[in-house]
Design a protein around this ligand. Sequence first.
Ligand code: NAD
Length: 396
Amino acid sequence: MADSAPMIAPEERQDASGIMERKAQTLVNYINKSKHLIVFTGAGISTSTGKSRKTSLTEETGIPDFRGPEGVWTLRKQGRLRTSKTATTLQAVPSPTHMALVELQNRGILKYVVSQNCDGLHRKSGILPVRPPPQPRLASDSVLTCYTRIESRNFMGTATASIVGTVCALCDGVLIDTIINFGEPLPAESLQLARDHAEKADLCIALGSSLTVTPANEIPETVGKRKAAKLVICNLQETPFDKSSILRVFGKTDDLMERVMEKLAIPIPTFMVRRLLIIRIGSETGRPSVKIEGVDVDGTPATFLQTVKLENNRRVVRTEPFIINLRDELETGTQLNLVLEFMGHYGEPNLELSHVYDDAEGALALYLLEYNPLTGQWTATRQDTATLPTVSVNEA
Ligand code: NAD
């Protein structure tokens, strides 16, 4: 849809620092009074995302937008080729804006995020999923499809294209992607949920969007039209709803959000790659065995491991489900030293995980694995399995 971009991209401009500071304070005042804050995001919140330090690529920029001066459609319209390298969605690290939003959500200040983005960075940053329960549906070509799992697999490790068409572990449906291509309708439930929040919102902050794509742009438009609600827009270019906003910030979303968080006295958290891992001791193949699986926060299976190996065992397991057969039944107190190899999008090294078998046969153990791309370090913490109630969805 390069046709939707003008030959000359509208100018991008930035408020002077003092003006930005005053606007950030005004926004903080609005946030402090707000009872139902929603945020609407676009490609502009991802243009500053870099790759992790461990995967070095110089001269990289973030994920390009569509309609900015260096946007995908703008370049296409002008017949230009991009000269700088850009981060891929699998390697990109969430921006300070993404991380600020997670913290506002965790503290109950931010009630809902509506995003047009398909880069997976909101989910990577830790924004919780709002998914309908697993609902196989009959598609027009009469195959069962499933919306639930694809998102996890996409953002956890591997390219979408290699997953589409494989079978969902939850419902046996064929997996499709959740990207809305031009001409495709938005899923009705998601759009309705967003509209409900737009009606309920007393404050909507639109960040990094040209606000030109329908019907998504109806969300900030709805808030802007309501007398009892405030629309705040932060974008480098002008938008069609600037006049209906109560506060218009011309600037980078990271610049605004860093100032806002500082004034709220809420630190922006460091991005950590978070993975949940289940270790199940059982007899999966009729023999004593260890099964290792990745899972998302809501129990949806998640692919993020390439291989698994048990120390002193020559076999490297390379395909899911990762099942390692044992020679004998395990005794309570036995220590299993597992070597986990990840997808490596953040240059993450292998993790050696020591798991002590201390449960009855068939019991599962849950680990939170956290990787800091800045330090290159993994930490593994055993969790109470009750913290993941839907884990049983995938039990054999
Ligand atoms: P858009 O390209 O139309 O507009 C992005 C806007 O962000 C531009 O006006 C640009 O000036 C502004 N911008 C760029 N960097 C900014 C920054 N650091 N701070 C503040 N503003 C900044 O994109 P859109 O409005 O999100 O909608 C177009 C469509 O683009 C959507 O359907 C979306 O799915 C798709 N898209 C998504 C991604 C992504 O997921 N990262 C990337 C490109 C396009």
